[in-house]
Design a binder for this molecule. Structure first.
Ligand SMILES: N[C@@H](CCC(=O)N[C@@H](CS)C(=O)NCC(=O)O)C(=O)O
Ligand code: FES
Length: 105
């Protein structure tokens, strides 16, 4: 595993809920990332670890390889890739995201 892939793996496995996004939780810098954050808030997700890919070009590119998913935002729960903002919205509307968040540790 490359250095960047290892760093991403440590982040994803070291925290329950990790959102790779553009900007921060307080100041998202893209509508898709803002929407992802809003969905997590609507789910009462609790502690969300956010990673601002605009501050790290290596992670911005590396995260696309890590989950084989070409865009940001990317949500991980309990070490597993969940999806981008479209998938998050679909899961939220079906009540599934709330269930995944409630499961695990
Ligand atoms: N449909 C996507 C929208 C996300 C998206 O299109 N992201 C683009 C624009 S922010 C992206 O990450 N492009 C690659 C990049 O900026 O590195 C989703 O469901 O999350
Ligand atoms: S930064 Fe332009 S669509 Fe996300």
């Amino acid at each position: 595993m490359s250095d960047v892939q290892q760093r991403i793996d440590d982040l994803v496995k070291g925290h329950k809920v990790v959102l790779f996004m553009k900007g921060t939780a307080q100041f998202p810098q893209c509508g898709f990332s803002g929407r992802a954050m809003q969905i997590l808030k609507a789910c009462n997700a609790g502690e969300v670890t956010t990673v601002n890919v605009l501050e790290d070009e290596g992670i911005r590119q590396g995260i696309k390889e890590y989950a084989n998913w070409p865009t940001i935002p990317q949500l991980y729960i309990n070490g597993e890739f969940v999806g981008g903002s479209d998938i998050m919205m679909e899961m939220y509307q079906a009540g599934e995201l709330q269930q995944v968040l409630a499961g695990g540790q």
